[in-house]
Write a protein that binds this ligand. Structure first.
Ligand SMILES: [Zn+2]
Length: 577
């Protein structure tokens, strides 16, 4: 028999086999048991976290005549036909290859017929974000007229590319990255079932390299098996996952300790160019520094467990003062906190690199102590050079903050060009909000604002803490931020917009406005400009000599004033010319 990839052979066939997504599988099992399933689901999350496996298990469980506790039996003809992909009532579509309107119309027509063999027709649409706009519209029509016997399961790695109108009609589940220990547990189980000997440390190296994806973990494990002689050793795992990184970390930390800023930045650039993720690298560097400390204290202990006891590592451990390591650990853990909130982790890591390689500054920052020049003479030329380098990196950071790289190309093209240093207020959009705004909409939003923030993930909630809804209409909502930098970040964060829309549509029925973000500072000017524009219009009409229009004038002017008052409340002052 031809060799089959581990992730195919060991694909989860029951909810209980799906590792690391317990909250989701429990909810789905309960829904099936209590026959309270929804007409449409949206499974989002990074690749390899179990979205399509969950979709297939779901299709089996609701159609299996022997289903127990919401799990499929996997033995009856129905279960087997779904597992083998030959059940015509369970239709799997890869939107990446079928992104046309025609396909979705076809689905829509077929969905009108009752299932032939199964209880429910289940459409599983993978990579649903790849559908064209036309196809999304066709899909939306289908979701708007749910049929008793039809269930849609949409899966995607990129939920921010899915129209809010679609999302609001689905029940959404966010699949998380799978934890290292859960991945290790699953791999160990598979290897034991296959009688494949292994070293435990090998699994931990592989699990870390997989970065939360089970499918990636099993692919690396496959490679390690073919690389190894019988037992999968730590060395095999390191060889397969790229010991290159270990060597580069030696060089990086080495350069920092030698206070060689430009070499350190160069090595950093190389590591990132290899595709290493900045957050993961920061964590690895933290562990590396911690292990240097531990090796100083208990070399024997570390011999048995660290993956990278290279000669450069040992040398660094022997020649570095532990105080220096403590301050590096502090810098790295601060960086770890900072990059949670940003799309520009690489830039923060560059700044951290300069700090790591500049011990005086680092120590002063870390301990917040004042360094007296008398007791700490510093080579003036060197200090100037370092300052210049730091300024360079900070300037780069500023530029990136001002020009956030937007993931969606279309958005990038459509978005107005931002100036180098400041957030460009979308004036036209603001006027659009103001021209459709009503006091009721604003009040409704304000009523749920606190709850809305509570529904967001912690980091996004933190961003919106210093913000306030200023005006709202049926399709647009204007939010002002106290800080320009936060406003910029929010504006470039598609996932934040999506979460806001999703949560809002649940709190205010079917309300999914587009968000427009401004700085609080710009608000008085924008408000004034809008009001004066609308104040001018009736006067022009007065000049156009129609009696009827003239008689309308006072009423219209009043309407504008009333409208302004309803928008802004007591803040409004109408300037009389
Ligand atoms: Zn069954």
């Amino acid at each position: 028999m031809a060799y089959q990839a581990l992730y195919r052979v060991w694909r989860s066939q029951r909810f209980d086999d799906l590792v690391g997504q317990e909250a989701i599988t429990k909810t789905l099992k309960n829904a099936i048991q209590q026959q309270k399933t929804s007409h449409a689901y949206l499974f989002t999350g990074p690749r390899g976290t179990g979205k399509t496996s969950a979709a297939k298990i779901f299709a089996k469980a609701i159609n299996c005549p022997n289903s127990v506790d919401g799990e499929p039996c996997n033995e009856c003809e129905m279960c087997r036909s779904i597992t083998e992909g030959r059940q015509e009532d369970v239709i799997e579509i890869d939107a990446a290859s079928n992104n046309g309107v025609e396909e979705i119309r076809f689905i829509r027509d077929r969905a009108n017929y009752a299932p032939t063999a199964a209880k429910y027709k289940v459409y599983i649409i993978d990579e649903v974000h790849m559908l064209s706009t036309g196809a999304f519209n066709a899909l939306l029509k289908t979701l708007e007229e749910p049929k008793e016997h039809v269930i849609f399961v949409l899966a995607t790695t990129e939920p921010h590319k899915i129209p809010a109108t679609i999302i609001s009609r689905t029940q959404r589940f966010d699949f998380k990255r799978i934890g290292v220990s859960a991945i290790i547990g699953r791999m160990a189980y598979i290897l034991e079932q296959s009688n494949q000997p292994y070293e435990e440390q090998a699994l931990s190296v592989i699990a870390r390299a997989a970065e939360g994806g089970m499918r990636d973990a099993l692919s690396i494990l496959d490679q390690a098996i073919s690389f190894s002689n019988e037992t999968i050793t730590l060395a095999d795992a390191l060889a397969v996952t790229g010991s290159l990184t270990t060597e580069m970390m030696d060089r990086f930390i080495g350069a920092c300790l030698q206070q060689d800023v430009s070499s350190a930045l160069e090595v950093l650039e190389n590591i990132l160019a290899e595709g290493k993720e900045a957050r993961r690298l920061t964590e690895d560097l933290l562990l590396y520094c911690r292990d240097l400390l531990m090796y100083q204290q208990a070399p024997k202990l570390l011999e048995s467990r660290a993956a990278y006891l290279t000669d450069p590592f040992k040398q660094l451990a022997e020649t570095t003062a532990s105080e220096r390591l403590y301050s590096m650990i502090k810098i790295l853990s601060d960086t770890q906190n900072e990059i949670r909130f940003t799309n520009h982790a690489n830039v923060y890591l560059e700044v951290a690199t300069v700090k790591l390689a500049t011990p005086q500054t680092a120590a002063a920052n870390a301990a917040n102590v004042q360094v007296s020049p008398a007791t700490n003479p510093v080579d003036q030329a060197e200090l100037t050079a370092l300052k210049t380098q730091l300024q360079q990196v900070q300037k780069e950071l500023q530029q990136l903050k001002a020009n956030p790289t937007v993931e969606k190309e279309e958005r990038k093209a459509a978005a107005p060009k931002k100036s180098a240093n400041s957030y460009r207020v979308p004036t036209e959009r603001v006027y659009q909000v103001l021209s459709e705004a009503t006091k009721d909409h604003l009040l409704n939003v304000k009523n749920v604002w606190e709850d809305l923030l509570m529904a967001l993930p912690v980091t996004q909630r933190a961003m919106l803490k210093a913000s306030e809804p200023m005006a709202a209409g049926p399709s647009l909502l204007l939010v002002a931020f106290d800080y320009e930098i936060v406003c910029q970040r929010a504006d470039s964060n598609d996932e934040l917009r999506l979460n806001l829309q999703n949560s809002l549509s649940m709190m205010i029925k079917n309300y999914t406005p587009e968000f427009v973000f401004i700085t609080r500072e710009s608000w008085p000017r924008l408000r004034q400009a809008f009001l004066s524009q609308h104040h001018d219009r009736p006067i022009e009409m007065e000049a156009s000599d129609s009696e009827e229009k003239i008689s309308l004038l006072p009423k219209e002017t009043n309407e504008v004033v009333e409208q302004a008052k309803s928008l802004f409340g007591d803040l409004v002052t109408i300037k009389e010319d």
